[in-house]
Design a protein around this ligand. Structure first.
Ligand code: 5GP
Length: 174
């Protein structure tokens, strides 16, 4: 186990407090990148205080499938329903790894003329970057290991685990 549910809860509450302060008196569109960020998005939304008028939207991008490395190719599988023009957007991601996904999604969203676009990532693997891109709010920086749980999968499994775990290789399990 890498982070238990209580550590995650406390860290998400901290991010919520920071975001509430930064956006006080404003309206914020919280955009989740499905599927991995769904749990983080739901928890983060509930710790942003009522002074921030918050709405939700969802997009989905092509995932790793069964591999544990990004191909660098990102496909939009589900686009947003809301207009972004003139709005403050907070993109909610599970993990920034190579950064290719975030780089692509940022460009895609910035083309729709939001007033501001920031990124909240639960996890960050800073040593794995292939492109220079960073999240504005980061839950935890982690080493270059594959993690599951709290919404994050391996081949669609383990998303429901309440804690965050490192997926061990068959060698490590022996
Ligand atoms: P990137 O394009 O930054 O390399 O990868 C970003 C996406 O790959 C994340 O949003 C996530 O869906 C997936 N990803 C990267 N690292 C991990 C990991 O350790 N575990 C899981 N489950 N997904 C990961």
């Amino acid at each position: 186990m890498l982070f238990d549910r209580e550590s995650v809860r406390r860290r998400v509450a901290g991010l919520g407090a920071q975001i509430s302060w930064d956006y006080r008196g404003k309206s914020l569109l919280l955009v989740a990148v499905l599927k991995g960020a769904e749990v983080f998005h739901a928890d983060l939304g509930r710790v942003i205080d009522a002074e921030v008028e918050t709405s939700y939207d969802f997009m989905a991008v092509g995932s790793y499938g069964r591999a544990t490395r990004s191909s660098g190719e990102v496909r939009i599988l589900k686009d947003l329903d809301e207009s972004l023009e003139g709005r403050d957007i907070l993109l909610v991601e599970d993990i920034v790894d190579s950064g290719l996904t975030l780089h692509y999604i940022r460009r895609h969203l910035l083309a729709r003329a939001p007033r501001s676009l920031k990124v909240a990532a639960l996890l960050d693997k800073p040593s794995s970057r292939a492109v220079e891109v960073d999240a504005d709010y980061v839950g935890f920086a982690i080493p270059d290991r594959f993690v599951v749980g709290y919404g994050m999968d391996y081949a669609e499994r383990y998303r429901n685990l309440p804690d965050i775990h490192i997926l061990l290789s068959p060698d490590e399990r022996r």
